[in-house]
Write a protein that binds this ligand. Structure first.
Ligand SMILES: [Zn+2]
Length: 632
């Protein structure tokens, strides 16, 4: 049970307590509330709360008072649960009474309206899929509040489902998204040890789509055609499925399921990875051309998958991937105030307007910034992105310690070393700066391991404890500090951020620094497409006011650090700039509203040499990210 308290030394009791996990997880997820955001990340969550997340229900009917998930006659499928799945962590991480009241109203309705047979949600919904999302929201709420109603409601729901699945099997979306329910089933199994839950997990797997088989003989090596597009090739299903074999391995304990996690990533990376860290899908497999897009739902779902994968398998490479998506693709697809979002974002995005682009299946408005471009799933589902990142920055080791899975300003409050309370403040402007300071506040001296993820790009990383350099600091691994800690101990971590160049589609180059990817700063002309009440919820097209068709000399890139202000993910507020030499490439022009076919590098240009300014991908709402490379 969590106690409400504002003081520094107020501790969350980890639930479940310190007993060993029943499943072979590598790390234990900390309960919602054990990790709190700080610094720029806390400001980012407040921006989110002041934007669409904190107001959507006030004017968007699908999650408003008439929602079926509040007992109304309105939308009764996935949108209510999607909204709640992000609202719960956002509300409790900020301790925001207004948002907590909104979340509580929705949670209370679900908990108080379970039917005698155990089913939940709007009675007219007979699809298992939206319930899967609601269950995820309930587990987070239980962790934050200790509300004793949650576990019995889940037990009744799952027992009913186990009995009902033979007659009413998974259908449509639920078939491809079975792993998301297994996450919740196993959450409950850890708490109750009820063997029926493993039986349910097996049944969900058996009725679910065979992702392992899909990637064992992966047949989609380029953008799919409209005729090929189906639920197997759908980008959101695939982002959710990144974790499927890892989650299933917890039940099967079959090594080939662990291997399947990596096989799946290899295939998806080889054929569909984009330089912003996500796989393409607009909204089906779209290849690696940087003018193709990725749906926002797939961004936040890939993040949640990676958060689960780190906990299950403990592979630091998943932390590298998580940071790349969280610090690039996630902020890049929102306006700085988080009132408007895109359905599809492009790494090379030179014009956002209503135009029939080369999407596999999406509509012409898919890359405008607005309330519900293309379709309203992302409008209700994006809210989980930042808050769940916060929850998963830190994890518990199975021997009573703590691990940093992803770096960001935060505070973790937990019990370590068999029951001693500790607070660790993570002071940093990472990913905009390369140094992190961890300050330990323990009620008494206590021995516990602290595991620090060293990103694979962090050559010459250094870790010091109270000024003394530590050994075992290897990029792509965890640095483990197993010692007695006392109040005031400080760990300084330096993760040197050299600008580096990576190779992409048609031998193009992307410039990266730490987890950040950099994009050309293009002048933006924002034109209102549609007004709404409230005025902040307008839709916008964005037109370029400066040229974008450059080729670069990647070796000339240099970084300059700027102030980390209130809106780091804005054109004006970019906290880091990279300059690079380049020349215009007149033959590279706009085609069908996008940067036209990317010239194959190396390329030659006789245009004058210019110094170009790049800013973080997330700060640039128009951008070039994958560049033709000039012949030296
Ligand atoms: Zn969506």
């Amino acid at each position: 049970m969590r106690r409400a308290c504002a003081a520094v030394f107020c501790f969350v009791t980890l639930a479940p307590a310190v007993s060993p996990p029943r499943l072979p997880v590598h790390y234990r997820e900390l309960p919602l509330g054990a990790v709190k955001p700080a610094g720029w990340l806390e400001r980012q969550l407040r921006i989110q709360a002041g934007g669409l997340s904190g107001h959507l229900d006030e004017f968007w009917p699908d999650v408003g008072p008439d929602s079926g998930w509040l007992g109304g006659s309105g939308e009764s499928w996935e949108r209510g649960p999607y909204f709640l799945d992000g609202l719960v962590p956002l509300a409790y991480l900020l301790d925001d009474p207004r948002l907590i009241a909104k979340a509580r109203q929705r949670v209370d309705w679900i908990l108080d309206h379970q039917r005698p047979d155990g089913s939940i949600g709007p009675p007219k919904n007979l699809d298992w899929w939206p319930n899967m999302v609601a269950l995820k929201a309930l587990t987070q709420y239980q962790e934050a509040t200790g509300d004793t109603r949650v576990v019995p409601v889940l037990e009744r729901y799952f027992h009913n489902q186990l009995a009902a699945l033979d007659e009413r099997p998974l259908q449509k979306w639920a078939v491809h998204r079975w792993a998301d329910e297994v996450v919740t089933v196993l959450w409950l199994y850890e708490r109750t040890g009820d063997g029926k839950l493993l039986e349910l997990a097996r049944k969900l797997h058996q009725q679910g789509f065979d992702w392992k088989g899909h990637f064992a003989e992966f047949a989609f090596h380029r953008k799919v055609s409209k005729a090929q597009a189906n639920l197997d090739t759908h980008v959101v299903n695939n982002a959710m499925a990144l974790k499927a074999s890892a989650v299933w391995w917890l039940v099967s304990r079959d090594p080939s399921d662990r291997d399947a996690v990596y096989r799946q990533l290899r295939e998806m990376d080889r054929w569909h990875l984009l330089p912003n860290g996500v796989h393409s899908g607009d909204e089906h497999y779209a290849g690696s051309d940087p003018s193709q897009g990725t749906e926002l739902c797939a961004v936040v779902e890939a993040m949640f998958s990676l958060e689960q994968m780190i906990a299950i398998l403990g592979d630091p490479a998943f932390g590298d991937r998580l940071e790349k998506i969280a610090y690039n693709a996630l902020p890049g697809t929102f306006t700085a105030d988080m009132w408007a979002h895109q359905y599809d974002q492009q790494p090379n995005q030179v014009l956002c307007n209503v135009y029939p682009r080369a999407w596999t299946t999406n509509n012409p408005d898919s890359n405008v910034y607005g309330l519900e471009p293309n379709f309203g799933c992302c409008t209700s589902n994006f809210h989980q992105g930042w808050p769940k990142l916060v929850s998963h920055l830190w994890m518990g080791t199975l021997d009573g310690g703590l691990a940093v899975a992803a770096w960001a300003p935060s505070r973790v409050i937990a019990q370590v070393g068999g029951g001693v309370s500790v607070v660790i403040d993570e002071q940093t402007d990472y990913p905009f700066r390369d140094t992190v300071r961890l300050v330990v506040k323990a009620a008494k001296p206590v021995r516990f391991p602290l595991e620090l993820r060293i990103p694979s790009w962090a050559e010459s990383a250094q870790v010091q404890v109270n000024g003394t350099a530590q050994s075992g600091v290897v990029p792509g691994g965890f640095c483990r500090l197993d010692r007695e800690w006392k109040a005031g101990d400080a760990v300084t971590v330096r993760l040197p951020m050299k600008v580096r160049s990576s190779i992409w589609y048609h031998n193009s180059a992307a410039l990266e620094r730490g987890p950040l990817v950099f994009s050309l700063r293009i002048g933006e002309d924002w034109r209102k497409l549609k007004s709404r009440t409230p005025a902040e919820a307008a839709d916008w097209e964005v037109y370029p006011t400066t040229p974008w068709n450059y080729a670069i000399l990647p070796d000339t890139a240099q970084a300059t650090e700027k102030n980390v202000g209130d809106h780091p993910f804005s054109l004006q507020g970019a906290p880091v700039e990279v300059t690079v030499k380049g020349r215009r490439l007149p033959q590279w022009t706009m085609v069908d509203g996008s940067a036209g076919p990317l010239p194959v590098s190396p390329v030659i240009s006789k245009e004058p040499l210019e110094t170009l300014t790049l800013i973080p991908y997330g700060s640039a709402k128009l951008r070039i990210t994958a560049w033709p490379v000039l012949e030296p």
